[in-house]
Design a protein around this ligand. Structure first.
Ligand SMILES: *[C@@H]1O[C@H](CO)[C@@H](O)[C@H](O)[C@H]1NC(C)=O
Ligand SMILES: *[C@@H]1O[C@H](CO)[C@@H](O)[C@H](O)[C@H]1NC(C)=O
Ligand SMILES: *[C@@H]1O[C@H](CO)[C@@H](O)[C@H](O)[C@H]1NC(C)=O
Length: 373
């Protein structure tokens, strides 16, 4: 005490100052040590973030998440430009087969691409058994299956699982392409499209069909009906369509990690490329000029190539329920990719008179010709 008094004539004030200083140091340390810390697991539960003393829920409500089937990883010494992750329903054997028929693993390798399919489990599927999917993976080595039940409202699990797998197993690729198995893509034109993006390697980005100012739908009868509890704001942040988008492993890693400490939302593209991307300040690039919004456009393009040798100016579109369209389309555009087609004088969307099948309830469906939009 004597010595203390020698240096600090007013010990109470000194103690108070020391206390304040200690508090400031502790606060500073807590603040800095807590930057970008995420729990790197997918198991569900409530976790305590020690530094901040905040509890948060891990969104995966699946017990002991694990891969039931795992695809061949990217080899370290093979240069892959882009990994394509395809969300695919367990029972869509035919669709996967059409995609492999259009481009085998070898064919894709030639243009520095690799493809894997993302599946859940469907124990009660009428036509497809787990053992046949197992055999499919034995043969092709391109299936990633998580232990969650296939369901519309579980698509976010599947989507995040794909980004996680890509970031962890193919971190050397330049790009990750996410698409659905009912999306048709002109595969041979992908390298050119990727090259045209000109995104710096370190940048976090998502390129796709950008959707802005989309309102959350509050009509219970609507397929996209969302309760206040699920999503409380009236409008979604800017996001891209999950049909087809392009990102990179850096972005994918940040997204899947953040997804684990963010409240689950079942509309997967809105969640991943909107809600999470917004928090991470991921930049959106709009490449919607390459998309056809209706499958009729794709059919139209196909007809024009076959009958008029006209080039197809869209690269991405829906298959409209035709499982084989991916194959047919890529087969047809192959000719144009060899520069053997004529350029269009008018864009497809201005000239397409599509066939629309209108089912009138009785008898055969009638074919109506109509001009889109
Ligand atoms: C590829 O590289 C990573 C990191 O450098 C390493 O952990 C992994 O074992 C390698 N894989 C193979 C198949 O060599
Ligand atoms: C989603 O998957 C989980 C885990 O398998 C399952 O318990 C749940 O019922 C699934 N959701 C729906 C809507 O089927
Ligand atoms: C078609 O258009 C592309 C650019 O859009 C051009 O490079 C090419 O030369 C054109 N081909 C013909 C046959 O006019």
């Amino acid at each position: 005490m004597k010595i203390m008094e020698m240096f600090f004539p007013r010990p109470r004030l000194a103690a108070a100052l020391l206390g304040i200083l200690t508090t400031l140091i502790v606060l500073y340390l807590l603040n800095t040590s807590n930057k970008d810390v995420y729990i790197n697991i997918l198991e569900p539960g409530t976790y305590r973030n020690n530094d901040k003393n905040i509890k948060f829920e891990i969104f995966f409500d699946i017990k002991n998440f694990h891969y039931i089937l795992n695809a061949r990883k990217c080899e370290n010494n093979t240069k892959i430009n882009a990994l394509i992750i395809v969300t695919s329903y367990f029972g869509n054997v035919e669709t996967r087969s059409a995609m492999r028929r259009a481009f085998s693993e070898e064919d894709l390798k030639q243009i520095n691409l690799k493809r894997v399919f993302l599946l859940g489990v469907a124990p009660s599927d009428q036509y497809t058994r787990q053992v046949s999917v197992q055999n499919e993976n034995k043969r092709f080595g391109d299936i990633i299956q998580g232990n969650f039940i296939e369901a519309y409202r579980n698509l976010t699990y599947k989507h995040v699982m794909g980004l996680r797998w890509a970031a962890q197993n193919c971190f050397n690729v330049d790009f990750i392409i996410k698409m659905d198995d009912d999306t048709v893509v002109n595969v041979e034109q992908l390298p050119k499209l990727l090259k045209s993006l000109k995104t710096p390697k370190s940048q976090n980005f998502i390129a796709g069909y950008v959707l802005r100012n989309m309102l959350a739908i509050r009509e219970p009868a609507n397929k996209w009906y969302v309760t206040q509890d699920e999503y409380s704001l009236p409008m979604y942040p800017t996001f891209v369509s999950g049909w087809f988008y392009i990102t990179n492993p850096n972005t994918a890693e940040k997204i899947y990690k953040l997804s684990q400490i963010t409240k689950y939302f079942w509309i997967d593209d809105t969640f991943v490329s909107g809600i999470l991307a917004q928090k991470l300040k991921v930049k959106h690039y709009d490449i919607s000029k390459y998309y056809a919004e209706h499958s009729e456009y794709m059919e139209c393009c196909l007809d024009d190539i076959r009958s008029k040798n006209l080039n197809c100016d869209v690269l991405v579109g829906p298959n409209g329920g035709n499982n084989n369209l991916f194959y047919e389309f890529n087969n047809a555009v192959g000719i144009c990719n060899l520069h053997l087609c004529k350029n269009r004088t008018k864009p497809l969307k201005e000239t397409c008179v599509a066939k629309k099948f209108v089912h009138l309830g009785r008898g055969k469906p009638q074919v109506h010709n109509y001009k889109l939009h």
